[in-house]
Design a protein around this ligand. Structure first.
Ligand SMILES: NC(=O)c1ccc[n+]([C@@H]2O[C@H](COP(=O)([O-])OP(=O)(O)OC[C@H]3O[C@@H](n4cnc5c(N)ncnc54)[C@H](O)[C@@H]3O)[C@@H](O)[C@H]2O)c1
Length: 254
């Protein structure tokens, strides 16, 4: 098993890619803390991991935009399983494809609180634990919208560009401290992310649709989880401060 004895925290673990990552990590021997707003969804995933597959997992209700919830999430890993080895910041929400002329302050703040500030806070909380043992891995789910201007609205794109900036800086800063930090940039993946797309902006969606039309296919969450397993395991020991694009070749077109 590739993560035997490791302790992992995965946010957004009730659905989509977070669920697949948590399940795969548990299958590979990790003890996993699953964090999400969706308690019912979390319980189903924990039940699947523990009862049906004999893995070790615990659910924690977490709103990643709340500082106290982030503290509690990391503390739960340490209190339950003794430490933290792997942090996967995966929870995220979409905008409604709004171009900058149509952004509201409320939506901007919400997306940045969830997609970006939550990631920073979880990393900030994990770093002292990693520094003390000179070992730790961080994986942030960014997006191809984190380097393309044409895949979503301005707010989502900016929030994910920021996640890539945070990832690179963190990988660089702690490179000699035994800590690695990388991002995954998924292309279009079959998940429930559509439920977070509210009040779709027709103009923005049409513009973004031009590039979505050349995406070769929609990926499956399990295909992303395999990249997250590689980045969490020692197989990626020399991979740090970078972004792995997992998009079936979509952005190769640009
Ligand atoms: N699906 C795609 O095409 C795609 C493409 C690129 C990037 N992403 C990114 O992948 C990540 C995972 O999304 P997904 O596609 O699996 O979507 P999903 O909606 O299936 O899963 C996201 C999970 O995050 C949880 N979540 C949302 N807000 C939260 C909050 N404030 N606190 C805690 N949990 C919260 C949701 O309850 C949900 O369980 C996101 O960061 C998303 O931006 C998705």
């Amino acid at each position: 098993m590739r993560l035997e004895g490791k302790v992992a925290v995965v946010t957004g673990a009730a659905s989509g890619m977070g669920k697949s990552i948590a399940e795969l990590y548990a299958k590979e021997g990790a003890k996993v803390v699953l964090a999400d707003l969706n308690v019912e969804g979390l319980q189903q995933v924990v039940e699947e991991i523990t009862s049906n597959r004999g893995g070790t997992a615990k659910a924690v209700k977490v709103n990643v935009s709340e500082a106290a919830d982030i503290e509690n999430m990391i503390d739960t890993a340490v209190n339950e399983y003794g430490t933290l080895d792997i942090l996967v910041n995966n929870a995220g929400i979409m905008d409604g494809f709004e171009p900058v002329g149509d952004i509201t302050d409320e939506k901007w703040d919400l997306l940045f609180d969830v997609n970006t500030k939550g990631v920073m806070r979880a990393m900030r909380k994990a770093i002292p634990i990693f520094l003390e043992k000179e070992s730790g891995v961080i994986i942030n789910t960014a997006s191809t919208g984190g380097f393309s201007g044409a895949h979503a609205g301005a707010t989502y794109g900016a929030s994910k560009h920021a996640v890539i900036g945070l990832t690179k800086n963190t990988g660089f800063m702690y490179a000699k401290k035994g800590i690695r930090c990388n991002a995954i940039a998924p292309g279009s993946v079959e998940t429930n992310i559509g439920s977070s797309m509210l009040n779709i902006n027709q103009f923005g969606m049409e513009r973004a649709g031009l590039t979505h039309a050349v995406s070769p296919r929609i990926g499956k969450p399990e295909e992303l989880a395999k990249a997250a397993l590689f980045l969490a395991s020692d197989e990626s020991s020399f991979v740090n401060g970078t972004v792995i694009t997992v998009d079936g070749g979509w952005t190769a077109a640009f």
